[in-house]
Write a protein that binds this ligand. Structure first.
Ligand SMILES: [Mg+2]
Length: 512
């Protein structure tokens, strides 16, 4: 864009003060006619321009972010998952899952006893990664199914870019390989890759990576596929013990949110119906909710469904509801004709729920933390509005708001534009300068990745694309936020509007 045109646009649109595209570094001549001193000037002008600009305002850590328009006034029924949606767990739960899984691996599956010395490493793995079951690799994939180089680990050791290319032949992973678990309906069976879409899988992956590292370092022969399935079954088998441990001392494992009951009161006072659908057993949920809300927690919900077997709850119409007998602590076989407030139900399916309550389609807003188990079928098959609870948003947004990060991201984008516009220079000194810029850009990319997580970067993006996890999340959730109680800041009649993003052929955003 010529400077005259740029000035004209600046004048016409009365740009906000955060507009940060420097007006003087763009092409004023054909790039192949540029010389090195012209490029050096463009670089210095751009940097001076950016340094003179005020950084963008902070993102609201407790914000509710819309991927699709959501009018709360049209929502008459609110549904909730329990684990990691209403119940926010402390890091102690990760240690508990890891330790119990490790013990099962050694005591029951007879893995080497030295594995008991390998401790949980918080912050190593993050949600949203893929695990290649056959190759035994933990890796990050973007929304185009491309592997993010530098984010592929065998055990705790990163693979070189060359090794990754040798193993996969390319950066791209074919859809039938990547999404085999979707077609198989589970992450078992013949799946080639597992997607770590929930927070319970993070300690499991840490155990898998630590054990892999142990086998590799000690030159022990192992089969990645079998190791994956052993760790998975070890962690799944400890759920009853984990539940009992959390039930005994909920204060050690659950984050108490004083706003949670207030949030429910607000909804009830606004005339909304409330229901709970969780895969967890009643005793576990009961103890947790008693700790979070009080003994009266069941009065809040119009319908309570436990052991729901999501995602089958949304797709399998054969399993009927059963009444959960609070005294016998088991379900009874009487046929359920209607769902009564104050009672607890097991299993069932969404068709029956809709038939007995009349709660259908867009009048229902369901909150969950798992994009597949909670949100995919609810949204795509049944037309419910959906909200994702993504705990990691808090730390990700705090990182976004750091002044140094804002500068790095802003300068990264400007530097990228400089490279794009001047890359066709033909003289040797200019080409060398462009290479130097590319080196600076690569360092900035690493810097803006490491601040989120040293190994894998942000949950939501790779260097320039959304992650695979982000794409799924944005497809299945109308809104996402770090905690359900963030909704308290909005009226029950509030409408969330999705941001209009610029498509590649449209004007780029004026904001940074
Ligand atoms: Mg959950």
């Amino acid at each position: 864009m010529c400077n005259l045109m740029r000035k004209l646009i600046l004048k016409t649109l009365h740009l906000p003060k955060y507009f940060s595209l420097p007006p003087t570094f763009s092409l004023s001549q054909k790039s192949f006619l540029s010389n090195v001193s012209f490029l050096e000037n463009a670089y210095e002008n751009a940097k001076a321009y950016c340094k003179g600009k005020k950084p963008p305002p902070d993102v609201d850590v407790d914000g509710v972010f819309a991927t699709n328009e959501l009018d709360l006034d049209k929502v008459s029924v609110y549904g909730f998952d329990y684990d990691y949606t209403l119940a926010c767990y402390k890091e102690s739960v990760d240690h508990l899952i890891y330790n119990l899984g490790r013990e099962t691996l050694v005591r029951k599956l007879k893995y080497p006893s030295d594995i008991m010395k390998l401790n949980y490493e918080p912050g190593f793995a993050v949600r949203g990664l893929h695990f290649d079951i056959g190759k035994g690799l933990l890796l990050k994939v973007d929304s185009f199914h491309q592997i993010q180089l530098g984010c592929v680990y065998r055990g705790l050791t990163p693979l070189s870019d060359e090794d990754v290319l040798n193993l996969y032949g390319q950066h791209y992973i074919p859809a039938d390989y990547l999404e085999s678990y979707v077609h198989n309906g589970s992450q078992q069976g013949s799946s080639k890759m597992a997607h770590l879409a929930d927070l319970f899988s993070v300690p499991e992956m840490s155990l898998l990576c630590n054990t892999t590292e142990y086998f590799v370092n000690n030159n022990l022969d192992y089969h990645p596929d079998i190791l994956f399935r052993d760790v998975k079954s070890a962690v799944q088998s400890i759920h009853p013990v984990m539940h009992q441990t959390v039930q005994k001392n909920p204060e050690d494992y659950l984050e108490k949110d004083p706003l949670l009951e207030l949030f429910f009161d607000r909804l009830i006072n606004a005339g909304k119906k409330l229901f709970l659908v969780t895969n967890s057993p009643f005793n576990f949920v009961n103890k947790g909710m008693q700790y979070l809300i009080g003994e009266h927690w069941r009065d809040i919900f119009d319908v309570i469904i436990v052991q729901a077997r999501k995602p089958k709850f949304f797709t399998d119409e054969n399993r009927p509801f059963r009444v959960y007998d609070l005294h016998q602590q088991d379900h009874v076989w009487d046929k359920v004709h209607n769902l009564e407030k104050g009672r607890v139900y097991c299993e069932g399916n969404v068709r029956q729920l809709q038939g007995m309550t009349g709660w259908k389609g867009r009048s229902v807003l369901y909150f969950g933390d798992h994009p597949y188990t909670d949100l995919a079928d609810a949204s795509l098959v049944h037309g419910w509005k959906t909200g994702a609870i993504i705990k990691e948003l808090t730390s990700e947004i705090k990182t976004l708001n750091k002044p140094e990060f804002k500068w790095h991201v802003n300068w990264l984008q400007v530097l990228q534009q400089l490279i794009e516009e001047h890359q066709d220079v033909e003289d040797e000194p200019s080409q060398q300068l462009i290479k130097h810029w590319i080196g600076e850009r690569d360092e900035l990319r690493k810097e803006t990745k490491h601040v989120f997580n040293k190994q894998f970067g942000s949950l939501f993006r790779t260097y320039h694309n959304p992650t695979y996890f982000s794409r799924r999340l944005f497809r299945f959730a109308d809104v996402y936020t770090s905690n359900v109680t963030n909704l308290l800041r909005f009226s029950p009649k509030h409408t969330f509007y999705a941001r209009r993003g610029a498509l590649p052929h449209e004007y780029r955003s004026w904001f940074v």
